[in-house]
Design a protein around this ligand. Structure first.
Ligand code: HEC
Ligand code: HEC
Length: 267
């Protein structure tokens, strides 16, 4: 009884305190120099002096030493400004990424610089006919891809495509799918002991079994002993769409359709 009374008095206060703390943490997570062009410029100079040896003068990374492309971290790794601030200050233990003794202002200047060179998906999508795009998507893509609430599951959900990838990458993924395979969508081809060859997207593989999503979008599971071979080619299960199959304008129509759906979903 006494406790309950105490809580009546204290709990609203506690809630207030907790809410206050959360606000403070959030305030720290925001870059006080965000959108300050001078900060980004000065951060660029720090970057070229201290970081370019490993991450490249354009921040696009150096593959041979596994220094990541820092223009992609906001998309592919979905890091926040605070994560990047901490990574620069503390380094990444166990790797060659060193900690740095910068002031807070310098650290935020570096964050501003990295934001300014970031690839933020498709920022300036040329206009197109989204109802034509809807028709094309339904006939050519929806079998394998979901946008909004409908579509297949063989390929990735494309609802957030335009915030994840830039136009050049998207064009590459459609025109020449084998060049980069979306992560988690590797191709596998299994041969059953009855001689049937079944291609699919690899879902899981271990010492005893293989699971894949077949072209018919079914999750199939095999024990290895049921199979005569398991191939993992570097090619995509997505067919290539040349400009004859899907013209540049038609591709833009499709992307305008995706944008119209994804902005609807976000609201
Ligand atoms: C000696 C080489 C080297 C230098 C110098 C260096 N980095 Fe790195 N950095 C790396 C490597 C390697 C990684 C990847 C670590 C890992 O495997 O997670 C990394 C990771 C990072 C990450 C984290 C990316 C992620 O995906 O988590 C950020 C951000 C970063 N570096 C920014 C910087 C900045 C800014 C500077 C300069 C102030 C800098 N780095 C200097 C090698 C370096
Ligand atoms: C037969 C199934 C199939 C069809 C049809 C298909 N795709 Fe794909 N798509 C895939 C698969 C599987 C992947 C993942 C492997 C890869 O990255 O190539 C993929 C990947 C992609 C990616 C890369 C996505 C990412 O997250 O990186 C884009 C973009 C894409 N498809 C667009 C399209 C468009 C646009 C169409 C229609 C014009 C289409 N696809 C038709 C199966 C298909």
């Amino acid at each position: 009884m006494k406790l309950a009374v105490k809580c009546l008095m204290l709990c609203p206060l506690l809630t207030l305190l907790v809410a206050g703390a959360a606000v403070q943490v959030q305030a720290q997570a925001l870059n006080p120099l965000a959108n300050d062009a001078r900060a980004a410029y000065a951060g660029g100079a720090l970057f070229r002096a201290q970081c370019a040896t490993c991450h490249g003068a354009d921040a696009r990374g150096i593959a041979s030493i596994d220094a990541p492309d820092l223009t992609q971290i906001w998309n592919s790794r979905q890091l926040t400004d605070a994560d990047v601030f901490a990574a620069i200050r503390d380094g990444v233990p166990g790797t060659i990424m060193p900690p740095h003794e910068y002031t807070e202002t310098e650290l935020w200047m570096l964050v501003s610089y990295l934001r300014s060179v970031a690839q933020q998906g498709v920022v300036d999508l040329p206009a197109g006919d989204s109802s034509n795009g809807q028709r094309l998507f339904a006939s050519q893509c929806a079998e394998c891809h979901r946008v909004g609430n409908s579509g297949g599951v063989l390929g990735p959900d494309l609802t957030s495509l335009l915030v994840r990838r830039n136009l050049e990458d998207i064009r590459g993924a459609v025109r020449d799918p084998d060049v980069t395979i979306a992560s988690g969508y590797d191709t596998v081809i299994v041969q059953t002991s009855s001689g049937e060859s079944i291609p699919g997207v690899l879902s899981n593989i271990d010492a005893f079994s293989v699971q894949l999503v077949s072209r018919q979008q079914q999750l199939l599971a095999f024990r290895r002993q049921q199979l005569t071979s398991i191939e993992q080619p570097d090619s995509s299960l997505m067919p290539a769409f040349s400009a004859a199959d899907l013209s540049e304008n038609e591709l833009l129509d499709v992307l305008n359709y995706i944008q119209s759906i994804s902005s609807g979903v976000a609201q």
